[in-house]
Design a protein around this ligand. Structure first.
Ligand code: GLU
Length: 430
C-alpha cells in the first residue's frame, strides 16, 4: 500500500523543500509576467527562468571528535551578462538546491533594481552552525572555497554573508582563496572585517536600506516617522539594527519577535534593553512571560509592519487582518503572491523584499569597489551613497507601478530583470 504524504506527515526537511519549490516557481511566474509587460520575447524568459550554472559540492570536514563529516554545498550563478555574479552564502540545515537557485535569481533582481554592475549568485551549505565549534566552521568554510574555487573570483562571482554567516567566515574564505591564488584577494568576497578590507557601514547596511524604504514609503502615505507605530517581526541582524534606527528616528517600536514568540506593547518597547539582552542568533523573548505568537503580532494595530524573519508569514489567510498601511519586507519572501494582491487591493503600500533588502548588496558593491581601487571611504560617505541608491531605486519602482498600473512587487521585478534581459540581448545570447 502506498503512503500518501499529506502536509501533516511530511518531515521538516520535506516541508522546506516544498516551500523552496514554491518560492522558485513563484519567482519564475513573476519573471515571466515582468518580461511580458516589458515586451520581451519568450526566448528571454527561457534564458532567465533558471540559473546559467549550478555547482553542487561535497565537502569533507574533520570534526573535533576525530570523525569526518561530509557536507553538501551549492553555488548558483543566475546570469552573468551584466557582469560578475554576486550574492551571499548561507549556512543552514534546511538549505536546498531549489532555494539557492531561486535566491540567485533574486540577487540578479536586486542588482538590477540598484543598478549595480553584477548579475545574481547565491551559495549555501547544509549544516547547523549553532552546534559546530569555531574550528569546525573554519574547516568547513575553507573546504567550501576549495570546492568552488574554479567558478568564483573577484571578476567572476563574489560571495558575501547571508543567513548564519558573518565577517569571521568571510575572513576565512578570503584567506583560503588568497592562498590558492598565491596573492592577496580582498575583492574575492565582501562583508569582511574592516581590517581585512571590509567596508564601513556594511554590517548595518541591510537595516539602513530598510530604514530608507520606510522613510520613502512614509512620504507617499503621509506617515511621519516621528511617533509612527512600528512592528518588526524578527530580531536578527536586520531586525535589531532596524529597531534601533527606528527608535533613534523617533518612531515607536511597539512589537518585536524572535523564533520563540513576540513582545507587544502599544506604549512602545525598551529597544536598548532588548538589544542588550538578545543572544547572537537574535533570541530575546525567552526572558519574558507576557509573550504572544508571531502570527498574533502581525495582526496587531500599527502604522508600519516589517516582516524581517522568515518566508510565508503574510498569506491569503491573514492578509485581510493586517492593520498596517505600509508593509516593508525585510525578510526574503514573507508575503505570498495571493497576499500581495489582497494587500494591494486594500490600498496597503507594500515595499517588496528585493527592493527593501537591497542595502546589503549595495554596500557589498561599495566594498568591492574600495578593494579594487585600494582606497577606503568613511562611514558617512558610504551611508550617503547608499541613501542615494535606495531612494532612486524606490522612486523608480514606485513610478513603474504607477505607469504600468501594477503592484509594487511586479514593478520591482520589471525594473530588476530589465538589465539582465538587455545585457543578454546586446551580447547576442538571445
Ligand atoms: N546576502 C545578502 C543578500 O541576499 C547580501 C549579498 C551581498 O552582499 O552580495 O542580499
Amino acid at each position: 500500500m502506498s503512503i500518501i504524504k499529506t502536509s501533516e506527515n511530511l518531515s521538516e526537511e520535506q516541508k522546506k523543500e516544498n516551500e523552496s519549490l514554491d518560492l522558485f516557481l513563484s519567482t519564475q511566474t513573476v519573471i515571466k509576467e515582468a518580461l511580458n509587460k516589458l515586451g520581451y520575447s519568450n526566448e528571454l524568459f527561457e534564458l532567465l527562468k533558471e540559473p546559467l550554472r549550478m555547482l553542487t559540492v561535497r565537502i569533507p570536514v574533520k570534526m573535533d571528535d576525530g570523525t569526518v563529516k561530509v557536507f553538501t554545498g551549492y553555488r548558483s550563478q543566475h546570469n552573468d551578462a551584466v557582469g560578475p555574479t554576486k550574492g551571499g552564502v548561507r549556512f543552514h540545515p534546511e538549505v536546498n538546491e531549489k532555494e539557492v537557485k531561486a535566491l540567485s535569481i533574486w540577487m540578479s533582481l536586486k542588482c538590477g533594481i540598484t543598478d549595480l554592475p553584477y548579475g545574481g549568485g547565491k551559495g549555501g551549505i547544509i549544516c547547523d552552525p549553532r552546534v559546530m565549534s569555531f574550528g569546525e566552521l573554519e574547516r568547513l568554510s575553507r573546504g567550501y572555497v576549495r570546492a568552488i574555487s574554479q567558478i568564483v573570483g573577484p571578476t567572476k562571482d563574489i560571495p558575501a554573508p547571508d543567513m548564519y554567516t558573518n565577517s569571521q567566515i568571510m575572513a576565512w574564505m578570503m584567506d583560503e582563496y588568497s592562498r590558492l591564488r598565491e596573492f592577496d584577494s580582498p575583492g574575492f568576497i565582501t562583508g569582511k572585517p574592516i581590517v581585512l578590507g571590509g567596508s564601513q557601514g556594511r554590517e548595518t547596511a541591510t537595516a539602513r536600506g530598510v530604514t530608507i524604504c520606510i522613510e520613502e514609503a512614509g512620504k507617499k502615505k503621509g506617515i511621519d516617522l516621528l511617533g509612527a507605530r512600528i512592528i518588526i517581526q524578527g530580531f536578527g541582524n536586520a531586525g535589531s539594527f532596524l529597531a534601533k534606527f527606528m527608535h533613534n528616528a523617533g518612531a515607536m517600536v511597539i512589537g518585536i519577535s524572535d523564533a520563540n514568540g513576540a513582545l507587544y506593547d502599544p506604549k512602545g518597547l525598551d529597544i536598548d534593553y532588548l538589544i542588550d539582552r538578545r543572544d547572537s542568533f537574535g533570541t530575546v523573548t525567552n526572558l519574558f512571560t507576557n509573550v504572544i505568537t508571531n502570527q498574533e503580532l502581525l495582526e496587531k494595530e500599527c502604522d508600519i509592519l516589517v516582516p524581517a524573519a522568515i518566508s510565508n508569514q503574510i498569506t491569503a489567510q491573514n492578509a485581510h487582518r493586517i492593520k498596517a498601511s505600509i508593509v516593508v519586507e525585510a525578510a526574503n519572501g514573507p508575503t505570498t503572491l495571493e497576499a500581495t494582491k489582497i494587500l494591494d487591493e486594500r490600498g496597503v503600500l507594500l515595499v517588496p523584499d528585493i527592493l527593501a533588502s537591497a542595502g546589503g548588496v549595495t554596500v557589498s558593491y561599495f566594498e568591492w569597489v574600495q578593494n579594487n581601487q585600494g582606497y577606503y571611504w568613511s562611514e558617512e560617505e558610504v551611508v550617503e551613497k547608499l541613501r542615494k541608491v535606495m531612494i532612486d531605486s524606490f522612486e523608480n519602482i514606485y513610478q513603474t507601478a504607477q505607469v504600468y498600473k501594477v503592484d509594487m512587487r511586479l514593478a520591482a521585478y520589471m525594473v530588476g530583470i530589465k538589465k539582465s534581459a538587455e545585457a543578454s540581448s546586446f551580447r547576442g545570447w538571445v
